[in-house]
Structure formats: C-alpha cells, structure tokens
Ligand binder design. Structure first.
Ligand code: BAL
Ligand code: ZN
Length: 876
C-alpha cells in the first residue's frame, strides 16, 4: 500500500452519470456486469485515460458503447483497469464483465457468503473487489441493480433503493431489479440474497409518506428483532423532530448477518448489521446489548442524512460523517435514556479508548492528512473524538446557532461529497463566529492538558483563574498550537448557589462557558461574595486532561452537591484516583494498602442515596478501571500491582459499606419483570454492582451462585457469572455455572460469545492456557469475527493481568494469532493488534517482551497492508 496524501486530492477526470449492475449469483462463480455511463469533465485533459480501481479482479470482457474494445486500448491488472482514447465530449458507456468467488472471500470485504447468505461490505474500498470502478466517495451516481439467482436458497434478492420488479428468469432462476434514485458513492452499495425470515412494520414520515420497514434475520429469530424494529421507528421519529430529517425512499431494510467485521453498515436503504446488534430478547441479551442495539440502529439510520445524502469528498473526511453521526446517536440515546448517565458512560469510554490512542504511536487527528490503509482509520479518534469536536461546536455556538448551522449544512451540501471545512463553514456562516482556531481540533492530534490554578481575593470579591494549555507532540506533529477550548464552569458558593459574576475579564465567558484560546490565560471574576468551589469542565465540555490540585473537601462538596451530575461523577473519580495510585505504589513496595476515609464515606453515601438515579449510583460504584489507573500512572506500568491495589481498595470500601450494599443487592429491582428501559436497567446495574462489591467483602461465591441460580434474565445471569469467574474462577460453583450456561445456550452463537469472553477475561497468568484450551472447544469458529474477538480480543483488550503476563507469553501468543488471522481477515487482525498500542508505557521487562513479539509480526512474510501499517506505526 502506497501512502495517500490529502494534499494530493483532485477530482476525477470523468463524471459518472449512471450505474447499471447485473449480478448472476453463484457461490463460487458470480458474474458481474457493470454498465457505466461516463462523461469527460470539461476541465479535464482531452487525452486523460479512464482509470478504474480493482482488487483481486480478472477482466472477462470490456465494451465501449456496446462494441468490444481492442486490447491495445486498455490495460487490465488485478487492481486497475486503464482505458485510453475515450470520447472527449459525448457521454459513453463502458461495460465491464468479470467473475468473482464469494465463497472464498474470507476478508468479508466485497461480496461474500455468511451462513449461506450472499452479503456485501463495501466501505471503505470493498466495491473494487466486486467490479472495476471509480471506487472513491466523491463519485456519486444513481444505481440500477438486477440480481439473478437460483430460486432455491435465494427467495430474497435485495439491493439499495426502491424495488422495481422481478420474476422468473430461466430454468430454476429468478431475478429482482432495484433502483436507487439518490446518487451515491460505491461504498454505500449493498446486495443481499438468500433465505431469511422477516419482521415488517411501517413508518409514516412527517410529510405523510408511508415507508415499509423490514428487518431480515435467520428463520426462527424473528421475535428477537422486535426491539431493533422499535428502536428504528424511534430513530426515524427523533431525526424528524430534532434535526428535521425525513426518510427518502419507500422502503428501509436491515439485514442481520453473523459474519461481519464491523458493528453495522449504513448502505443506502439496506443496512447490513452484525447480528449482535439486532437480535435481543430478555433471556439472551443483556441491558448493555439492548442499549447497543438502540444506539447502532439509530447510528446507521442517521447516516442516511449524515453520510449518505451528504457524503465525504475523500476518506480523510471520514469524521465528517462518523463524528457527526456518533454525536447524533449520543444525543438520541441521551433523549431516550438518562442524559447524565449517558454522558458519564461516553466519557468513560472516550478516556479508556481514545485518550490512550491519542497519546500513543497510533495518534492521529480526527481529520488525518495521510494514510496507508484507510481501514485502519475507523478509529475511536475519528468516531468518538469526532463526536466530541461536534459537541464542542454545539457548546460554543449554543443550541440555537448550532441548529441554524446544521440546517445550513443540510441545505448547502445535500447531494454532495463534502469536507470538514464545508461543515465548519456552515456553522461559522450561520452564527457569525470565527471558527478558524477551533478547526485545529480537526487537524491536530493529541489531548490537550489544561493546568488550572486559582486564587480568591476576599477584599476585592474577585476570583481569578489561571489556565495553561499544552499538547504533547504526536507522530508527525512535533509542535502544537493553542486551541480554542470551551470550558463549562460553575463557581459554587457556600450556600450551594452558583455565583453570577458581575464581570469577567481576561477572555470570553458566556452562558457559563469560558473560552480558553491562548496558551496562558488568566480570567478574573468579580462580584464573588465568598470563596467559591470551582467546578470546571462540567459535562466534560472539552475532551482534555485537566491538572488541578483541588483539595479533598472541595471535591467532596462537588461530589455531593453539584447540579451537573457529570461533575459529581468526575469529583468522585478525582477522589478515587489518587487513592488507587497510592495503593498501587504501596503494593509495589510490599506495604499495606490504605483506603482514604473521605472516599469511602462519600462513595457509600452516594450509592445509598435513594434520591439519586440508580444508574448514576452504579457508575459511581464502578471505580476507575485498571486501565484508567494505568493511564493515570502514565508509564512504567505493572498491571499485576494495579490489579491487586484496586481489589484491595474495593475490599476496603465493600467491607465498610456492607450494610448499604446488602440493602442494594437485596432490594433494588427484585421481583421486577424484565423490561429493557433505562430505568429498569439502571436498577439492575446498581444491584449487580453491589453484588460485585459484596463478593469482595464476603470472600465466598455463595451470594453470586445464588444470584446465578435465581436470575431470570441475561443481564443478571451474565453478571452473576462474571462475579463467579472473576472472583472465584476455581470454585465448584463457578465450574458448575459455566457448564450449565454452555449447555443451556449451546445453539445460540451470540450467547456463546459471552461464555467465551467471560472466561477469557478471568484475571491472572492462567488466562493464556485457558484461552488456548477454549480455542480447541467445539464451539470455537476461527472464521467468525465475533468469536475471535470474544476470545483473542477479550484477552488483549480486557484482561490486563492475563495479557501483560510478566513472562511475555501472551504477547507471543497474540503475535501468532495476528499472523494467522491476517491470512484470512486482515481488518480483524489489524484491529486486534491495536491492543498493543500502549506497549511503551509498560515497565521495562514487559516492554521488551512486547517489542520482541511485535517484531515477530513485523518480520512475518506476506503481511497485509492493514497489519503491516499498524505494526509499523506501533514500533516506530
Ligand atoms: N460506516 C461504517 C459503519 C458505521 O460507522 O456506521
Ligand atoms: Zn458510522
């Protein structure tokens, strides 16, 4: 793979006016005929050849305006087709015929087979594995698609757009034709054929059009698609109400498949989903599964406007559609569920995934300017940081101007392939605000560190706040410029009221938001009658690290009384992290772990406070994770010490808070019939959090075993099993529960994934042998991405002590696995390999082992561009 540069972007020489595809499906030998109408762009060179992309293709025939082209006029290789001497002025038709083999397509890019179903995945560059094509997102055209296939096994023949018609074709075969009037790039193409069950419904849009809704799943699984359908209808309604966006075809289809690299894909009118994010019922799906289904159904649907109607000019602009659409799905979930709890969960996720990416060798801006393999840029930075950047625009502009900016963006760019600059310009023009400095968030990588100091002058009734921002260098960006950082803040007075300053000097402060724009800046707030407690970066208004030596009493006050629930959660975290760090250091020195009394008292008070939302209390109870502690330590990480220290801290808190925890474990949500709504899920999460803590205080598996036996839904069942496996892996109760679980769910792939990942997450150096044994289990399927992620992915991403074994054996195992997986599925291999991105922050001997394992990968023969790009950057 060559390095691609944003600076090299230029439009195509030819405009694609229409696409007409005919597929004759066959598992091993599918015929693809593509009729493409092109016209040379006026500005293009009269002699420029037409160059089409391919990937592992073999040309079968090539016609120009229905006449076979002489061999001298073109050149076909597996990855390109170049045609010369094409008309200078008039439109012309190219007809390409080629044959592909879906059966052997294990990359799951292009046209492939999954459980007997034909299915496609084209983003980012999969369409070129189907036929020669200008496979880039700025080439938009309407598509007509005809699918011909054996009737047997393929009653369903689906593609994008509206159904035109179908019928018998020839002996044993039938056909269906689809027309998508909305010009789209090839990455949004989809085809599905096979024999599936369907759940049907309708949605009436705001202008009164009836849209047919269909969700296709394997026969027998239809009842498990009911929640997805409900989420779809709510998404459609919400996008009309909140963003004024109406659906634009007669039909919207979702197909659930079991082999899929990503979560889901927003193909126009025909979304294809990893079935993990469609199928749910109380017996087999957890509350987290339901929430993910709701979120991802919404996300893919929202792409219809942010991604499909307005798409990306080039792949550097990926965050234009992904960051914005994640922002939209976060807002949707916030409206459907609890806004503060959603914010807390999103920020936890951002800090545990994106912050490490942003501070390591894979750091890149949300809008990068080079790539070697675009598949490797479907990252948490493009998605989640992209969403944070969108959120900051909303914070800076305020709700009204943000809405005006969104409306202007839709109005200006509908039907276009746009850029991040177009997006930002819409907000600048709608609001009159200069967003040029703000745009650095898109082009610079790294998480800014904002250091805060404050002083209160009682005589002058003035509070002054000095802020300094720095961003560490990231690969390719040694020097960083100061950014525009919107910091929501409150000055909380003795009486709990939020101070209204008479005046603020030193920079912009409006509606509770301080605009930090310089490297060093001092703001002075006058008319502050008593020393205030500063609550800063409320709601996590900016994705930054904050350095502020705030005293424990102030943190306790925020944790107890802030009206911003995120700030309360953050204050608790700020109380807990130093305690956990001190505990880690104590473990390393062989000393006793001491747990701070303020932390214990505040935490127990909060989790026992029935006036607070249970889901919030559950978030408070779930202390910073081992990964959070490692990040806070910032280097020389010893995962075993962190694990021991965190467990000792939990034991101390749980022992002190036993009465409260028992009340929570016994009371909340008991006897409640299962419903996936946020309120019920929150009650379960608090009860289950209490169960986890009590296992530490009590030190025996009895309570968890009893919870397992009495569980009436997957949330409680899987949680009880996770307490058993995490805390008492060798107990008879755990072995019994695991065996019962396996037996009960032996024919449910998604639940078996849970069974695998629960075991792969068991801490300690025994993890590796356990995982090797599980890979020999009859249930292990190496070709199924979900299964591989549940075992190898869980070890690498979610089992710090198991993965970072001091002897490096798990790194060597990962290297072998990556090399093996890469041969089948490079995208999957590259994704799992990113688990090694923080290897340099490990203590020296582990880092040596990690480096050696990475070098083995780097030296392996025949690596994909995906893996070679990641390993190269990680080692650099
Ligand atoms: N476009 C890839 C899947 C998603 O982000 O929706
Ligand atoms: Zn997306």
């Amino acid at each position: 793979g060559q390095i691609v540069h944003l600076a090299d972007y230029r439009p195509t020489d030819f405009v694609l006016e229409r696409v007409d595809l005919t597929f004759e499906l066959d598992p091993k030998n599918t015929k693809v005929e593509a009729r493409l109408i092109f016209q040379r762009r006026e500005s293009a060179d009269r002699h420029a050849p037409l160059v089409l992309d391919g990937d592992e293709l073999k040309l079968s025939s090539l016609l120009l305006d229905q006449v076979e082209l002489p061999a001298a006029q073109y050149e076909a290789t597996p990855d390109s087709l170049t045609i010369r001497d094409l008309p200078a002025e008039s439109p012309f038709e190219i007809c390409v015929t080629n044959y592909i083999n879906p059966q052997v397509n294990t990359q799951l890019m292009g046209l492939y087979r999954t459980n007997g179903v034909y299915c496609t995945q084209c983003e980012a560059e999969g369409f070129r594995r189907i036929t020669y094509f200008p496979d880039r997102p700025d080439v938009l055209a309407p598509y007509t698609v005809t699918i011909i296939a054996a009737k047997e096994g393929n009653p369903l023949l689906l593609s994008n757009g509206n159904f035109l018609g179908g019928g018998n074709y020839d002996e044993g075969r039938h056909f269906a034709a689809w027309f998508d009037p909305h010009p789209k790039p090839s990455y949004l193409f989809a085809l599905v054929a096979g024999d599936l069950g369907v759940v049907e419904d309708t949605f009436t849009t705001m202008s009164g059009r009836e849209v047919a809704l269909k969700i296709y799943v394997e026969h027998g699984k239809e009842p498990r698609a009911a929640y997805a359908m409900d989420a779809l209808k709510r998404s459609m309604k919400w996008d009309e109400e909140r963003f004024g966006r109406e659906y634009d075809l007669d039909i919207f289809m979702i197909v659930a498949v079991s082999d899929f690299n990503m979560g889901a894909m927003e193909n126009k009118g025909l979304n294809v989903f990893n079935d993990k994010f469609v199928l749910a019922d109380p017996e087999t799906a957890s509350d987290a599964d339901y929430a993910n289904i709701e979120r991802i159904i919404a996300h893919e649907y929202f792409h219809n406007w942010t991604g499909n109607r307005i798409t990306c000019r080039d792949w550097f602009q990926l965050c234009l559609k992904e960051g914005l659409t994640v922002y939209r799905d976060q807002e949707f979930s916030s409206d459907m569920r609890s806004r503060p709890v959603k914010r807390i969960a999103d920020v936890r996720h951002l800090k545990s995934e994106q912050f490490p990416e942003d501070s390591g060798p894979l750091a890149h801006p949300p809008r990068p300017d080079t790539y070697r393999e675009i598949n490797n840029f479907y990252t948490t930075t493009v998605y989640e940081k992209g969403a944070e950047v969108t959120r900051m625009i909303a914070t800076i502009l305020g709700a009204e101007d943000f809405k005006k900016g969104m409306d202007l963006y839709f109005e200006r760019h509908d039907g276009e392939a746009a850029t991040v600059e177009d997006f930002v310009r819409s907000f600048a023009d709608a609001s009159g605000r200069d967003l040029s400095q703000f745009s650095l968030w898109y082009t610079e990588a790294g998480t800014p560190l904002v250091s805060v100091s404050s002083a209160y002058d009682a005589g002058k009734a003035t509070f002054s706040l000095t802020l300094e921002q720095t961003t560490a260098p990231t690969p390719g960006q040694p020097v960083k410029q100061p950014r525009h950082i919107p910091l929501s803040l409150a000055l909380i007075l003795d009486n709990g009221q939020i101070a209204e300053p008479q005046a603020v000097e030193g920079g912009e402060y409006r509606d509770g938001v301080l605009h930090l724009t310089q490297r060093n800046q001092t703001f002075s707030f006058s008319g502050i009658s008593s020393r205030p407690v500063l609550s800063i970066n409320r709601s996590f208004s900016a994705p930054i690290n904050l350095h502020f030596e705030q005293n424990a009493a102030d943190l306790v006050q925020i944790a107890r009384h802030e009206t911003d629930m995120f700030a309360r959660f953050q204050a608790l975290t700020d109380l807990a992290l130093p305690v956990l760090i001190a505990a880690t250091k104590a473990v390393q020195k062989g000393e006793d772990v001491r747990t701070d009394a303020d932390l214990i008292a505040t935490l127990i008070e909060i989790i026992g406070d029935d006036a607070l939302e249970p889901a919030f209390r559950a978030q408070a109870l779930a202390l910073p994770s081992e990964t959070d502690i490692a990040r806070e330590l910032g280097g020389n990480t010893d995962p075993d010490a962190i694990h021991k220290a965190r467990n000792a801290t939990i034991t101390a808190i749980a022992t002190a808070g036993q009465d409260t925890l028992r009340r929570l474990a016994d009371d909340a949500a008991n006897g409640e019939a299962y419903s996936p709504d946020a309120g019920s899920a929150g009650r379960r999460s608090l009860r289950n959090g209490a169960l986890t803590f009590l296992a530490f205080a009590e030190g025996t598996p009895e309570r968890a075993a009893k919870a397992y036996a009495g569980a009436t839904n997957m949330t409680d069942l899987a949680h009880a099993l996770s307490v058993l496996t995490q805390r008492f892996p060798d107990s008879a109760e755990t072995k019994e529960a695991l065996a019962a679980f396996e037996k009960r769910f032996a024919d449910n792939a998604l639940v078996l994934d849970k069974w695998f990942s629960l075991q792969a997450a068991i801490p300690g150096e025994g993890a590796l042998d356990r995982i090797k044994a599980l890979m020999k289990s009859k249930h292990f399927i190496a070709t199924n991405p979900n299964r591989v992620r549940s075992l190898v992915g869980t070890l690498a991403f979610s089992n710090p002590t198991g993965f970072h074994r001091a002897d490096g054996a798990a790194y060597r195992f990962l290297a072998e696995q990556i090399i093996a997986i890469d041969k089948r599925n490079p995208q999957l291999a590259a994704r799992i390999l990113t688990s090694m991105r923080s290897w340099r922050s490990l203590e020296a001997s582990r880092a040596d082992h990690a480096k050696a394992a990475l070098s083995t990968i780097a030296e392996a023969k025949g690596l994909s561009t995906d893996v070679s790009d990641i390993v190269g950057r990680i080692l650099k």
